[in-house]
Design a protein around this ligand. Structure first.
Ligand SMILES: Nc1ncnc2c1ncn2[C@@H]1O[C@H](COP(=O)(O)OP(=O)(O)OP(=O)(O)O)[C@@H](O)[C@H]1O
Length: 798
């Protein structure tokens, strides 16, 4: 297990003004702390973080590479997987760290150079290097080496692990070649301008180097081939839409970037929880986490560089990045060399493993038995030696007896016949003395020997115990047993049943207490193992249940989203239709009304004007006519009077006309005012129309996003169901294995039982053999005594 290496890098402030009073963070060795209050607010406690490395604004890419990544590059050449990635808010310096500048090349450039330098330095190894370059843009994987390869899919296989299908991999043999390829790939990468960064990465990029290394290195155990992968990742930066001022395409990109970084944060959170609490890790929630899965809690040496901006305005984002880094620091990976074995190497390793297992098995109980057997064999040899010694002594005795007998001649025989002393003995012992090599043994012995030398009534070694120990050993032992019996012509006189009574077994087991203890221990181990299997099974079931719960939750969520989606679509439709209706209505009430009212007004004005004018004209005419008639009828009235009337009429006309003019100008003013207000109203309505159109567009976008989200969720649900299916398959497999294991254990227990029975009877037969042998020996001694006393008696009689 190995912890992820985490570093923080503070980029220089953007402007010198910021530099003077803007840097809020203090770097002290491998510690970074907030050392200035936020616009006069008191410092929050514990805003100080420690990491593997903290690089201040003056730190170069070369130093970052040497301290953070160089070791990983070296490990990749040894056969370990490696990943280095840059994380941080937008414009904090991730791309600067990974790609660098002309004067200070970044991690990718330096890693490529180092790898090829190390490869050329090691002449005893052969390498095959492949490179690929991809980006995840709006949650779609694009090939940066081949623009036509878009929307690539992630797959997983036993041989290749997690990989992107259809990604172009270039076989390369020099650093220059790789750097040229990267330069080409950079052209296809998505960059865009935001308020925060004139050249902001709008996608996550992953530069990948695959290395295959042959086995000519002497440090290799066998023909294994080492395969490793190096991922160098430049993530897009998290961003606040309010700060970046993103809209349209940038807004969409920003949403995707933030979402995938949020999922990365979730994965890091779960992994930092510790193995017991972490539960399900949502790697599959985004393409980024899926591709980085081996680097996060898997088989890879990983380093993360978290870049931060020093300005006060970014303090919240910086705190977020530092918290992310703190959690990442707690993650441990399980790192191991990746080897591919050739058939020969595999065979060799398996043989070694089998040998080791056999030794372990033998060490457990067969070793004890083997020792026991050896001891018994030694005992047997000892008895045989003793027997031979006795036989030789007997032979010598006989020889000397014969010599003595022949020396004594017929004289003593005659003497004996005369005295009748030897007859009785001859009748008792038959021709025992005339068979020095036991051939003419007593009938009882011959019968027993033939009985044993053909088919023994039982074999102490069960045929079924072939698994327990080497059959050859049993065979040899069995042979040895019969041959010895033949040679010494001693067999058990009593009938022995093939399975001894329980009491006898118990006695023997007490005698072999140690062995029984060993067997019990093995049995206990087997039971423990079985329990372990059962525990695993229970855990598997719990995991399954958990998965089922998650699936049902996801399904519910999908249903809810679907419902929400349809509701919001409905609302949007209603809103759109109502907006359109209102437009139509507005159109009628405002524009239409406006024009109609304007025309009405104009018509009205014109008609009023005409009416007034005609009225005025009529009035004047009428007055004139009246005047004319009056003057004709009262022509005789004096001219002063007429003059006065005319002048008063003129005065009246003039007054009337001026009041009309005032009225008219008032009316026109009113109409103008009306017109103006109507124009204003029209403008407002036009604005409203524009705003509504914008809103419709936003709603359409949102509904599109919701549809995408729903599709993603459906995909997640189907993924989860597949996972559940595969888990239940695994579960079944485990159950089958468990059943097999239990069966195997049972057989083993049965064999052990059989073996202990056989062992007990074997021991018993040896004991009886020993007792027989002893009694024979005693007989022989008695016989010897009798013989010597006889001899003494003979000498005495002589
Ligand atoms: N350590 C540094 N020294 C000098 N200049 C830096 C450093 N870090 C960043 N910069 C400059 O800051 C600007 C933003 O950096 P960069 O583009 O690398 O940020 P980023 O985190 O990749 O942003 P985004 O997520 O938007 O792509 C660039 O002009 C870069 O040259």
């Amino acid at each position: 297990m190995e912890k992820i290496c985490v570093a923080v890098r503070v980029r220089p402030p953007v402007t010198p003004v910021e530099d003077l009073n803007g840097n809020q963070w203090k770097v002290d060795d491998n510690r970074i702390s907030l050392h200035r209050s936020l616009s006069g607010t008191p410092l929050p406690p514990a805003l100080s973080y420690t990491f593997d490395h903290v690089f201040d604004e003056n730190c170069s890419n070369s130093r970052v590479y040497d301290l953070l990544t160089k070791d990983i590059i070296h490990a990749v050449l040894q056969g370990f997987n490696g990943t280095a990635f840059a994380y941080g808010q937008t414009s904090s310096g991730k791309t600067f760290t990974m790609n660098g500048s002309d004067g200070d090349p970044g991690i990718i450039h330096r890693a490529v150079k180092d790898i090829f330098a190390e490869i050329s330095a090691s002449s005893d190894r052969e390498f095959l290097i492949r490179v690929s370059y991809m980006e995840i843009y709006n949650e779609e994987i694009n090939d940066l080496f081949a623009v036509e390869n878009q929307k690539l899919q992630i797959h997983e296989s036993l041989e290749r692990g997690i990989f992107v299908a259809g990604l172009r991999e270039e076989i390369v043999n020099s650093a220059e070649q790789v750097l040229k390829l990267i330069e080409m790939g950079e052209v296809n990468r998505h960059f865009g301008e935001t308020n925060m960064n004139v050249r902001s990465s709008r996608s996550h990029t992953i530069f990948r180097m695959g290395k295959t290394q042959d086995s000519s290195d002497s440090s290799y155990l066998d023909d294994a081939i080492r395969v490793s992968v190096l991922n160098l990742v430049d993530l897009a930066g998290s961003e606040r839409i309010a700060k970046t001022g993103a809209g349209g395409v940038r807004l969409k990109e920003g949403k995707h970037i933030n979402k995938s970084l949020m999922i990365l944060g979730n994965v890091i959170n779960k992994l930092s929880d510790g193995a017991k609490q972490r539960g399900h890790i949502p790697y599959r929630d985004s393409k980024l986490t899926r591709i980085l899965q081996p680097a996060l809690g898997g088989n890879a040496k990983t380093s993360i560089i978290c870049t931060v901006a020093p300005e006060e305005v970014h303090i919240e984002e910086t705190k977020g990045t530092l918290q992310f880094a703190s959690r990442a620091k707690r993650i441990t990976n399980c790192v191991q060399v990746n080897e591919i074995l050739t058939d020969a190497a595999l065979l060799k390793r398996q043989k070694l493993e089998i040998e080791e297992l056999r030794m372990k098995l033998e060490g457990s109980h067969a070793g004890v038995l083997e020792q026991e057997i050896l001891k018994l064999r030694n005992d047997m040899l000892k008895y045989e030696l003793e027997r031979e010694k006795l036989a030789m002594e007997l032979e010598e005795e006989r020889k000397s007896h014969r010599e003595r007998m022949s020396a004594q001649g017929s004289e003593s025989v005659t003497q004996s016949h005369k005295e009748g002393t030897i007859d009785t003995f001859s009748t008792q012992h038959g021709d025992a003395f005339s068979t020095p090599t036991f051939k003419p043994a007593p009938h009882a012995f011959v019968a027993k020997r033939s009985y044993h030398s053909t088919t023994p009534e039982y074999s102490p070694f069960p045929y079924e115990s072939g698994d327990v120990a080497d059959e050859d050993t049993w065979f040899k032992m069995n042979n040895g047993f019969v041959a010895d019996l033949d040679a010494i012509c001693m067999t058990p006189t009593e009938h022995v049943s093939s399975i001894p009574p329980v009491d006898e077994i118990r006695d023997c087991q007490i005698g072999n207490y140690k062995e029984v203890q060993d067997l019990q221990r093995q049995l206990q181990e087997a039971i423990d193992e079985k329990n372990e299997f059962e525990k695993q099974h229970t855990e598997q079931i719990v995991l399954n249940n958990h998965m089922m719960e998650e699936i049902s939750k996801l399904q519910k969520e999908a249903q809810e989203i679907h419902q929400r989606l349809s509701e919001s679509c409905k609302a949007a439709n209603e809103e759109i239709s109502s907006t359109f209706q209102s437009f139509v209505a507005d159109d009628k009430s405002t524009a239409g009304n406006l024009f109609s009212r304007t025309s009405e007004l104009v018509t009205f004005l014109m008609s009023t004007f005409e009416a007034n004018v005609s009225m005025a004209m009529n009035g004047i005419t009428h007055k004139n006519e009246g005047n004319k008639s009056t003057s004709s009828t009262s022509s005789r009235k004096d001219k002063d009077e007429k003059g006065t009337w005319q002048s008063s009429n003129k005065y009246k006309d003039h007054t009337q006309s001026s009041s009309w003019q005032t009225e008219l100008s008032d009316e026109i003013r009113l109409i103008k005012e009306n017109c103006e207000s109507l124009e204003q109203e029209l403008d407002t309505k036009n604005h409203l129309l524009e705003a509504s159109k914008e809103r419709v567009r936003v709603l359409e976008r949102e509904s599109q996003l919701l549809l995408e989200e729903r599709d993603n969720l459906l995909l997640t649900v189907s993924d989860s169901s597949k996972r559940v299916a595969s888990l239940s398959q695994q579960n079944e497999q485990i159950l089958q294995d468990l059943a097999c294991e239990i069966q195997r254990r049972k057989r083993l227990e049965e064999d052990i039982k059989q073996f202990s029975i056989a062992f007990a009877s074997r021991q018993k037969s040896l004991m009886s053999f020993h007792t027989d042998f002893k009694s024979k020996l005693e007989d022989h001694m008695k016989f010897k005594k009798v013989h010597s006393s006889l001899l003494e008696g003979g000498a005495f009689s002589e």
